[in-house]
Design a protein around this ligand. Structure first.
Ligand code: PGA
Length: 267
């Protein structure tokens, strides 16, 4: 697992967008796994800038979002369909047919979950999955206690998550109780993971995720087992990490310069 600590939220967001942009430039038909929440908003803003100012092309990109509330129609302001449209899709050149979110309003939920897994498979799998992390260590809506091998399914939201998300709703009773979410196994099948965290309220979850034992009580700890997981966090979210992490191991130029200096010494 690569851990990159950036000075602040803006720098974290710019690096996350750069990593995603590299994937898209290298593979124009890239399959992106996307996330909602306050954390990735800066990343989407930067990707939109890269599209508008530097021609980053999303015309062949396919996306799959992690999750959706059950019972909110796509036009509801707090639905994740609405969030993605407002904060990303309306500002880039992705064809609407390439966008996938789990449906929150279909009655045959079991079939919808099965179909979502199938759609990901048919698209060739996810190349890079963007992730936030809950204060309780959830990824997507895989709350503490979730099976680490789980697939897309319906989950009951944890009280802690309902409490945290109530800031977006008028009353806490308005927060949906259920969500349809990719499973932890679904997320782990992605070629690459990019997990972001910002702010001191995520510091504990990040410390356990990076340095703690792998446990279903903190679902994000499973990323320790992923072959290509990158965590980009700001200083505050890194505050409880015990080991030190270099500022930007993403850039290998320093290591290469070191090799060159060593070679120079010998000759
Ligand atoms: P946040 O949510 O980005 O709004 O903090 C992250 C999450 O709960 O996964």
């Amino acid at each position: 697992m690569e851990v990159i600590v950036k000075e602040n939220y803006d720098k974290m967001s710019r690096l996350a967008a750069k990593i995603i942009a590299e994937v898209v430039r290298e593979k124009p038909r890239a399959v992106l796994g996307l996330a909602t929440g306050s954390t990735p908003m800066g990343t989407y803003k930067e990707l939109i800038r890269l599209h508008k100012e530097e021609g980053l092309d999303f015309s062949q990109v396919v996306t799959f979002n992690l999750d959706e509330y059950i019972g909110l129609p796509p036009e509801h302001e707090q639905s994740y369909h609405y969030f993605m449209k407002e904060n990303f899709f309306d500002h880039i050149n992705i064809p609407p047919g390439n966008i996938h979110l789990p449906p929150g309003m279909v009655e045959n939920l079991l079939e919808a979950c099965r179909q979502y897994e199938q759609d990901i498979k048919d698209a060739g799998g996810i190349d890079i999955q963007l992730l936030g992390i809950g204060v309780n260590g959830h990824i997507a809506f895989n709350e503490p206690g979730s099976s680490l091998g789980s697939r897309t399914r319906v989950k009951t939201l944890d009280n802690n998550t309902i409490q945290n998300n109530s800031r977006f709703f008028e009353r806490i009773e308005d927060v949906p109780k259920y969500a349809i979410t990719m499973g932890i196994g679904t997320v782990m099948n992605s070629q690459r993971l990019l997990l972001l965290a910002t702010g001191v309220n995520k510091a504990h979850a990040i410390a356990i995720t990076v340095e703690g034992p792998i446990t279903a009580l903190v679902p994000a700890t499973i990323v320790q087992l992923h072959r290509q997981a990158t965590l980009v966090v700001d200083r505050q979210a890194a505050a409880e990490l015990k080991c030190s992490y270099r500022d930007s191991p993403h850039d290998l130029s320093e290591a290469v310069a070191y090799i060159k200096r060593q070679k120079g010494k010998k000759s």
